[in-house]
Design a protein. Structure first.
Length: 192
């Protein structure tokens, strides 16, 4: 008995691992050797794989294609019609599978609707890529980036709210109260 849901209009290739509580909605294609964690939601008209890895608790909205080379850690949100690549300079008449680049979406990050993520980058923990942004470089943990090409315009907490720093460069997470410090152009999580 399956402990996950697959809509009858979706197609699942061989050697796919789907975790308990996950849902794959209408008109999806999950290619071979894909790993989908527990409690994930894959919206309608998505294509995943081959060999893509999706962690636990991820939400992938409608019309997203994750190509080979994309790796999602836990609790990643990918907005509708976000675009991913896996080769820098593709040509229809040249096979470039040996040039695939890895794109890493780290724990808790958000990719906004219609954003484009160029291959070979890492999106940091809890970072937030604004809708329509084009990301060509790594994004720091907790960074808020927007624009074409994407530039950092602030910092966000785990809830996705903008961090407000006091005069001592400290901010508190609106989700769980974690204390952050702004140090050397990055976020330092303060330990008790």
């Amino acid at each position: 008995m399956n402990r996950y849901f697959i809509h009858p209009s979706s197609y699942i290739d061989t050697r796919v691992c789907i975790g308990d509580g996950s849902k794959i909605w209408h008109f999806c294609h999950i290619l071979e050797q894909v790993s989908i964690g527990t409690n994930c939601s894959i919206g309608q008209n998505c294509s995943i794989g081959p060999r893509v890895s999706i962690g636990n608790g991820c939400k992938i909205q409608n019309n997203v294609s994750l190509y080979e080379g994309v790796k999602c850690e836990d609790d990643v949100f990918i907005g509708p019609s976000a675009v991913f690549t896996n080769v820098y300079n593709p040509r229809a008449f040249i096979i470039k599978k040996s040039e695939y680049k890895t794109t890493l979406l780290k724990k808790g990050c958000t990719i906004g609707a219609n954003a484009t993520i160029v291959c070979g980058v890492s999106i940091g923990e809890y970072a937030f890529v604004a809708a329509g942004a084009v990301v060509r470089e790594d994004v720091k943990p907790f960074a808020l980036v927007a624009g074409v090409s994407a530039r950092q315009i602030g910092w966000v907490d785990k809830a996705g709210n903008k961090m407000i720093f006091d005069t001592n460069n400290r901010a508190f997470d609106s989700y769980d109260g974690t204390q952050y410090s702004l140090v050397d152009g990055g976020i330092l999580i303060e330990k008790d």
